[in-house]
Ligand binder design. Structure first.
Ligand SMILES: [Zn+2]
Length: 386
């Protein structure tokens, strides 16, 4: 039985420890199926919702004309009857026990493609709802074609695997120098140099990359986020260097978007990074207005979860590559304007220009390569697909 890496992550940590300590029977009874239902979403999408008592650890598979959701540690419950909406791709929903896993089997009217991360949401309990695994999908002409080809036993046409798109954002630029080191090093120059090295290494590793800026130009924060949307980025990496009133503070830190800052330091940092836009034209751009409306809470939740997963992996890669971490949590959250889009990602503060020894390091090509190696490692380890 195939369990995705994502599935493993969710079984990992606490629940895995519990499994080893508690009797098997207690572990097996851990999760329960509450409900399963389908609905129609705008754009003629089918939505499948599986509600469970605990956070499900799951994987997806796609046998012919079926979508199977494999949920660990769950027993079949015949009292849970499916609620099927009309006009969806799902003609039947059933439960099949397989060891201590439950398979929720959706029979499909038309073939679908493998679900992307952005089509899957795991929602925390709220109000009357328990945990909900929400899957959105529509019929795929390509998947239908593939089946037709296999039926006629024509040799399968090999399509090269899709390249994942990484948006590299070198912070600041042009009239906005970013922070300036004790010896005059400008943040905008350091991060552009790292961004160019990162681009080369990622292209070598088979990723498709786009840079928000390739030279010393000024870009508004919303323009950077908008660019990531336009290029259909799978991951957005914003590169920065930090400054601290205390010159002894050094080390990297990584940030993801949240409307509420995780701590006072993160809040101040977001304020200073967001101040870059005040140098530009005032007022909201159309993109900023649109993105606020477009980002439904469901999407925000999914993007936040993916960003968090990336940021944690990135912090691990930095530590593994022996890059010094700033004291305190390595991953923090704050309302960074540049991260406000539907592309998951993180803002990386590579180190402190306010610390003279780190300022020297940040200019050093060997150190820049070490930082780049850590970021490449984190991107290679990131699970783009479920
Ligand atoms: Zn910055």
């Amino acid at each position: 039985m195939k369990i995705s890496r994502r599935g493993f992550l969710q079984v990992g940590g606490f629940s895995f420890a519990v499994a080893m300590i508690l009797p098997r029977v207690a572990f097996a009874a851990r999760n329960a199926l509450r409900s399963m239902r389908t609905g129609v979403q705008p754009g003629n999408k089918t939505r499948l919702v599986i509600e469970t008592s605990s956070k499900p650890s799951y994987s997806l598979s796609y046998p012919e004309n079926q979508l199977v959701v494999d949920i660990a540690n769950m027993a079949l419950d015949s009292s849970v009857k499916p609620t099927l909406a009309s006009g969806t791709l799902v003609s039947e929903l059933s439960q099949v026990q397989s060891g201590d896993h439950l398979h929720v089997v959706a029979k499909l009217r038309k073939p679908i493609a493998k679900l992307e991360k952005s089509q899957i949401m795991l929602l925390e309990p709220n109000g009357d709802n328990d945990y909900r695994l929400v899957l959105d999908f529509s019929a795929s002409a390509a998947a239908a074609q593939k089946i037709a080809e296999s039926v006629t036993s024509a040799p399968a046409t090999k399509t090269p695997p899709k390249k994942h798109v990484i948006i590299i954002d070198a912070g600041h630029g042009g009239k906005d120098p970013g922070c300036i080191g004790r010896n005059g090093t400008r943040e905008k120059d350091v991060v552009l140099s790292v961004a160019k090295r990162l681009r080369a290494k990622l292209e070598d590793a088979g990723f498709k990359t786009y840079m928000t800026r390739r030279d010393d130009t000024y870009l508004k924060l919303a323009e950077r986020a908008e660019y990531a949307e336009q290029k259909k980025g799978d991951l957005f990496i914003s590169l920065h260097a930090n400054a601290n009133p205390s010159r002894s503070v050094k080390g990297f830190s990584i940030y993801t978007l949240s409307e509420k800052a995780s701590d006072e330091e993160a809040k101040k940092l977001a304020e200073s990074e967001n101040a870059a836009d005040k140098i530009g034209v005032d007022g909201f751009t159309e993109f900023e207005r649109d993105i606020r409306a477009a980002l439904s809470s469901l999407q925000q939740h999914a993007v936040a979860e993916m960003s968090e997963e990336y940021a944690n992996g990135c912090a691990r890669a930095f530590r593994a590559n022996k890059v010094e971490a700033q004291p305190g949590p390595s991953v923090r959250h704050a309302p960074f304007a540049v991260l406000r889009s539907t592309v998951p990602g993180a803002l990386i503060e590579l180190g402190h220009l306010s610390n003279s020894s780190e300022e020297k390091l940040l200019k050093n090509p060997d150190h820049q390569n070490r930082l780049v190696a850590a970021i490449v490692r984190s991107i290679k380890n990131y699970n783009f697909d479920v």
